[in-house]
Design a protein around this ligand. Structure first.
Ligand code: NI
Length: 171
């Protein structure tokens, strides 16, 4: 396993609609392990493939409480089958926008279908933090960041600061 560099916004790879994974091979399996290691090390609770520069529909998530055993999800081609009418507003952050947080409103519950690392189709019903996290990560696969759910004023303010932060990181 290896920790991968995380792409910071703004970056074209984070605005890309990612492609379906057609075959689960060793490359995909080892990518998911690297993504988990990268996520845990950050630390974060979710990571999508485009955040490590890979334009494929893969996410990893672990929303288990700190004092409990890890519960990693490896999701290939995840999709929202349905979402609740009921909404929830939670503060979100993103490893591609380090240091920035904002309240985002999303459906509270979701039914998610995906292929797991054993090539099995899974359908799960999620709520709470796990629901928010999976929706956030699926957004990434469609080129959508949490700041895209905010007003353009707030979004542009955050992205401007990110441009500055990236410049300072390069120097
Ligand atoms: Ni994110």
């Amino acid at each position: 396993m290896a920790v991968m560099p995380i792409v910071w916004a703004p970056d074209p790879v984070l605005k890309t609609k990612c492609t379906q994974v057609s075959e689960i091979n060793d490359n995909i399996l080892s990518l998911m392990e690297d993504m988990l290691e990268t996520m845990y090390q950050a630390p974060g609770i979710g990571l999508a493939a485009p955040q490590v520069g890979v334009k494929q529909r893969i996410i990893v998530v672990d929303c288990s409480p700190k004092n409990e055993a890890p519960k990693p999800y490896r999701m290939i081609n995840p999709e929202l089958v349905s979402v609740s009418k009921e909404l929830t507003t939670q503060e979100e952050g993103c490893l591609s926008l380090p240091g920035f947080y904002a309240e985002v409103t999303r459906p509270a519950e979701a039914r998610v279908r995906y292929t797991d690392e054993k090539n099995k189709q899974q359908t799960i019903d999620v709520d709470g933090l796990l629901s928010v996290c999976i929706q956030h990560e699926i957004d990434h696969l469609n080129g959508i960041l949490f700041v895209d759910h905010l007003s353009s004023l707030k979004r542009n303010m955050i992205l401007k600061k990110m441009v500055k932060a990236k410049k300072e990181q390069v120097h």
